[in-house]
Design a protein around this ligand. Structure first.
Ligand code: ARG
Ligand code: ZN
Length: 877
């Protein structure tokens, strides 16, 4: 780190103080211009602290034009302006006053996509977490809630649509060719929920009538030409509105709900009050352009943002350390919603896969933090898998411990008690206790302890006494001696030799076949009576806690569970554990070039799945899919990327060859299936394309030809992408022609072109790194669009372990170059790309050195942003 660089300050939860002043209302007038935009803000401010002598407003990158207090102009000796604040002395006698501030900003030059910026000719905003201070001077903190009115003035031809939060109250044409629109939002809100959009957008409309009879106008604004791609988003929105009424008794509270799709967006979407702004990826879909996975993503993100209206907006966070209060809870709600709308078990498995893929490594690495972090440098770095996904698991555990009904009681109390407030996670947990009568004192440790608990299992069965005993022991490798035992709900059941649940007598004397054990001690034994034969334990059903299970099951036992478990999550998981055991033992014995033989018992458990025609095809597909290279890597003390890749590919090939005729039959049956009535076609497609993957893994030309045939016949993007993915692993003319054809066909459609970049970024072809490097110069590539950066750079560094970790270090250099460039234009996106380097401790000495050298180099980048500094600095130490 250069000595000239000042280390950015760390902000601590323990330093939280209530604001000295509150801003009751703010009237904004935003005059949009092609070079500068003028923002005039009039606020009514009340004193909260009688000792305070200065009002310090946040503001960054603003050109200050004028300030008036109570109507009188302040000259520049009566305030102080720094890079981050505007300090205004306020006489202690002043209880209430007005402040009018005029500033100028340059949205056209804003590449960081935070505050007010332009995307494809349209103005839009992103204020969470701290973007509002880039629009005007304000108390930009979530515990300051104000009533907003927003007047937008802009060129009538360029910006026929001008939107802000709440209801439109005035609209007129000015003499100078500009239009004038005024919006009022009656609900007090923190500045992070402010939004403004202006542009030449098309609008798709629908209506929803709430349970109490309010007619809500639903509008989705998109770039012209995309109107026919909003159906799924609109349907998902209506389903979400209905679901929140039915499940939580929550109704929408304004007469209009607007969604705007923009193409340049740092994250997935944003829940601004009444005016959600979305990454177009989570709005636009047609069967031709979007995959089944894209459809699922849209349904869940639309729901997520809509659910924020109650969990986030009506009740918001006191400070950003409470982020999981709204995010963990809202992810839990959207997961429950998606599970209800679809195949619940398959969706639960997907949620856990994502948790394990992203959150487990985060929690085991240098960036580990509790779901309620205790400090940060840049809050944008804390929109993490831990705060979101582990946060959702924590809420789910409360749901499991309380049961559905008491959980709902707790939620009702939470909504009643805190509507209109900015609160902490403590208030949430308290409401849950009050709604259930269950003590969550110990449970609260989940909020403040980092690391993934490990659970060790010991069992004992005594045929004489007919007693079965289960001993569970908790550890936390991250915190070692410093951790206090968690309260962990263990949803379990005892299975007999046929996989059927055995009845047992519970503590209350009632007969039961399954129950939730409360594991609260470091080591705890549970005894089950009247068990007349040795049972198989089924633990953490539905993944009832975010833990790692250390249970010494041999492959035979895992194979039994893989075919007989009644809990589908556990059944799938047993298959994954079995595959991992077998593949990792091969990795450990690996000598390159020899095709290792998969054990018979493993092959027969695969046959069981193939023969089980009762299974949901989507489940069969994920049950047959091997753990990813990244999954396997997590289970190795020192990751051997190359051996993992070879062994896994050999296994795919061997399974493909062994069951070639089965896979071909499945493929053909599902391909030729008539699509009629309400066939669950997405799950059939998934199974069909899994079969195709095993077929091409045999490396037989015929199957690449089959993939090519599928590509040409495809009527939907799921099938087209499956073909492209398979062909992406091959070499030769057919591959090259199809990639060229795909590009040509979809050139004008950025979301589809993203997919084209991603398939190439994830290919294991020997030239992959060269390919991605060349793609940086492709005319369609730009570092200014976050989706494009994710589709090429993030896809490569996190989805292509073999080539990213090339021993030459060229993969790391490729990443460094991208981070260096993005640090200047979009620090948020740059910071996220640092994560893979933070895993350096997991690799061999040569790679460790290469990776830490890059982290050092990152810290030497001139004008290093706080975002990147925090990530690189923590990753290194
Ligand atoms: N609250 C948004 C959501 O969960 C995420 C916005 C995060 N944006 C950011 N710049 N950190 O849907
Ligand atoms: Zn959210």
């Amino acid at each position: 780190m250069l000595e000239t660089q000042v280390q950015p300050a760390t902000i601590y939860l323990k330093d939280y103080k209530q604001p000295d002043f509150s801003i009751h209302s703010i009237d904004l007038v935003v005059e949009l211009g092609e070079e500068v935009t003028t923002v005039s803000s009039s606020m009514t401010i009340k004193r909260m602290n009688h000792q305070a002598s200065t009002l310090s407003l946040n503001g960054e990158n603003l050109e200050l034009i004028s300030i008036r207090r109570n109507g009188l102009v302040l000259n520049d000796t009566s305030y102080e302006c720094t890079d981050e604040y505007l300090h205004i002395p306020i006489p202690k006698s002043e209880e209430e006053f007005t402040l009018a501030i005029v500033t100028r900003i340059k949205p056209q030059e804003n590449t960081a996509l935070e505050g007010l910026y332009k995307s494809s000719g349209n103005f839009c905003t992103q204020c969470e977490a701290e973007g509002f201070r880039k629009i005007t001077y304000f108390l930009d903190r979530p515990d300051v809630m104000s009533v907003f009115s927003t007047t937008i003035i802009g060129d009538a031809d360029l910006y026929p649509v001008m939107l802000s939060n709440g209801n439109k109250v005035e609209e007129k044409q000015l003499d100078d060719g500009r239009s004038y629109v005024k919006w009022e939002d009656p609900h007090p809100k923190p500045a992070y929920l402010f939004a403004l959009v202006a542009g030449d957008l098309a609008c798709v409309e629908d209506h929803f009538t709430t349970a109490s009879g309010r007619d809500v106008l639903l509008q989705i604004f998109v770039e012209k030409g995309n109107e026919d791609r909003c159906n799924h988003a609109m349907t998902s929105l209506k389903k979400s509105m209905k679901w929140d009424e039915e499940e939580f008794g929550r109704e929408y509270d304004l007469d209009v709900f607007m969604i705007v799709a923009v193409s340049d967006f740092n994250m997935g979407a944003m829940e601004n009050k009444g005016l959600n702004v979305f990454n177009s990826k989570y709005v636009l879909a047609s069967p031709q352009s979007a995959t089944d996975t894209d459809y699922d993503g849209i349904e869940s993100v639309i729901a997520h943002e809509y659910f924020h209206n109650w969990t986030g907006n009506r009740i918001t966070c006191r400070d950003w350390f409470q982020l999981t209060l709204k995010e963990g809870l809202t992810v839990f709600r959207d997961q429950q919603f998606s599970a209800d709308m679809n195949s619940a078990a398959v969706f639960r498995i997907g949620d856990v896969q994502r948790l394990r893929a992203a959150q487990f490594p985060e929690d085991a690495g240098p960036l580990s933090h509790p779901i309620q972090p205790q400090s940060y440098v840049e809050i944008n770095n804390f929109y993490t898998a831990t705060v979101y996904e582990k946060g959702a698991e924590v809420i789910r555990m409360i749901h499991t411990i309380l049961g559905k009904e008491k959980f709902r009681n707790g939620m009702d109390i939470y909504f009643d008690r805190h509507d209109g407030q900015a609160v902490t996670t403590e208030e949430f947990v308290k409401a849950m206790e009050d709604g259930s009568g269950i003590d969550l004192t110990q449970f609260r440790r989940w909020y403040v302890q980092a690391g993934t608990p490990v659970i060790k299992v010991t069992e004992g069965y005594n045929p004489e006494s007919q007693q079965y005993s289960l001993t569970l022991e908790q550890e936390n490798p991250k915190l070692a001696e410093n951790f206090l035992p968690y309260h962990i709900p263990v949803d379990m059941s005892l299975l007999d030799g046929n996989g059927k649940a055995i009845g047992f007598t519970t503590d209350t004397g009632a007969k039961s076949t399954g129950k939730v054990l409360n594991l609260t001690q470091k080591k705890q034994t549970f005894v089950f009576n009247d068990i007349n034969s040795e049972p198989t334990i089924s633990l953490f059903r539905g993944f009832s806690a975010p833990v790692k299970l250390e249970q010494n099951l041999d492959n035979e036992q895992l194979a039994f569970l893989f075919s007989r478990e009644t809990d589908l999550f556990n059944r799938w998981d047993a298959g994954q554990r079995l595959s991992s055991n077998i593949l990792l033992s091969q990795v450990n014995r690996h000598d390159v070039g020899s095709l290792q033989i998969l054990p018979q018992m493993y092959l027969s458990s695969i046959r069981n799945i193939l023969n089980d025609r009762e299974l949901d095809p989507a489940f069969a597909a994920i049950a047959l899919s091997l753990p990813s290279e990244q999954d396997l890597a997590q289970k190795m003390p020192v990751v051997n990327v190359d051996a993992i890749h070879i062994v896994r590919n050999n296994a795919l090939k061997e399974i493909g060859l062994k069951f070639e005729s089965d896979f071909l039959q499945i493929y053909k049956d599902l391909r030729d299936l008539k699509v009629e009535g309400n066939q669950p076609i997405a799950s059939n497609r998934k199974f069909k394309n899994t079969a195709l993957r095993f077929l091409t893994a045999t490396a037989k030309e015929d199957y690449f030809a089959l993939a090519a045939e599928q590509y040409h016949a495809a009527e939907n993007m799921t099938d087209a992408m499956a073909s492209l993915f398979n062909l992406g692993e091959s070499e030769g003319q057919i591959r090259d022609e199809i990639f060229a054809d795909f590009y040509q066909k979809w050139e004008a459609d950025p979301l589809v072109i993203d997919k084209w970049f991603t398939v190439q970024a994830m290919s294991s072809r020997p030239t992959a790194l060269e390919d991605v490097t060349n793609l940086l110069s492709h005319p369609a590539f730009t570092m200014l669009n976050p989706n494009r950066v994710r589709s090429l750079i993030a896809a490569f560094v996190s989805g292509n372990p073999v080539h990213f970790h090339e021993k030459s270090g060229k993969g790391y250099q490729f990443l460094f170059n991208a981070i260096e460039q993005l640090n200047g234009t979009n620090p948020q996106i740059a910071a996220r790309l640092v994560t893979p380097l933070g895993q350096w401790r997991r690799y061999d000495a040569v790679r460790q050195k290469l990776m830490t050298d890059k982290l050092e180099e990152i810290l030497d980048i001139s004008d290093l942003s706080n975002d990147v500094y925090e990530m690189a600095n923590k990753s290194l130490h």
